[in-house]
Design a protein around this ligand. Structure first.
Ligand SMILES: [Zn+2]
Ligand SMILES: [Zn+2]
Ligand SMILES: [Zn+2]
Length: 141
């Protein structure tokens, strides 16, 4: 009797734990279509405080936070995303143009040409430097 009760309690605790959004479970990426600010949030962030418009941020949901780096060569944002982010609402113009740079890891890589820094396991994909041609990656601190 007692043993099965404890199992039930543990199962319930597990359900509550996973539902509370521990880790990145419930987080989504949101970017402002006006000022290009990127934030992680479970819900649509507040509109206050946009640098590009007194009327406030205009948030575009990009999708769930995850383990892959995606970079838009038009607005230069790098998004840590579960899959390819939403293409809609690039602050630069039209749709985002995403390049998959690689899986998130412990090493900082910086591009000599555009200055972008990404955390990856291996040397990131060189395709799509916003300053023209390919990124030139080196390991930074
Ligand atoms: Zn904004
Ligand atoms: Zn973009
Ligand atoms: Zn670059």
């Amino acid at each position: 009797m007692k043993k099965s009760l404890w199992v039930a309690v543990l199962l319930l605790a597990g359900v509550l734990f996973s539902a509370s959004g521990v880790g990145n479970a419930g987080l989504k990426n949101y970017q402002c279509r006006k000022c290009a600010l990127l934030v992680r949030s479970e819900n649509v962030p507040p509109a206050m405080g946009c640098r590009a418009d007194e009327g406030g941020h205009l948030w575009q949901e990009l999708g769930p936070v995850g383990a892959m780096n995606y970079h838009c060569m038009k607005c230069r944002v790098n998004v840590e995303s579960r899959w390819e982010p939403n293409v809609q609402g690039c602050p630069a113009s039209g749709n985002h143009q995403w390049n998959r740079l690689g899986k998130i890891g412990p090493v900082n890589h910086q591009c000599r040409k555009c200055g972008l820094t990404v955390r990856t396991e291996e040397t990131p994909n060189p395709i799509g430097c916003p300053n023209g041609g390919n990124h030139q990656w080196y390991k930074s601190k």
